[in-house]
Design a protein around this ligand. Structure first.
Ligand code: SF4
Length: 74
């Protein structure tokens, strides 16, 4: 699997580290409609289930996307 460094400025997330780096092993980025359907964060144990349920979710702009792995941390 390709390794990707995720840069993120959401510094009150549990997975956020100094230098604006995400320390999560996996994250789920999806569209805002899915974000509303699953109002809480999607933990790693439920990631496959959610992915099977929502399928592919195209958007027209970056403003329609969100990170569903966010977890309050501070
Ligand atoms: S899980 Fe999402 S919100 Fe949290 S640090 Fe990573 S990319 Fe940012």
């Amino acid at each position: 699997m390709q390794q990707v460094t995720v840069r993120c400025t959401v510094d009150n997330c549990y997975y956020w580290r100094g230098g604006n780096v995400c320390d999560a092993k996996e994250i789920l980025v999806t569209n805002d409609m899915v974000g509303q359907r699953y109002p809480g964060e999607v933990d790693v144990q439920h990631l496959s289930t959610v992915l099977e349920e929502v399928g592919e979710t195209p958007v027209k702009s970056c403003q329609e996307t969100c990170c569903k792995t966010f977890r309050p941390g501070k």
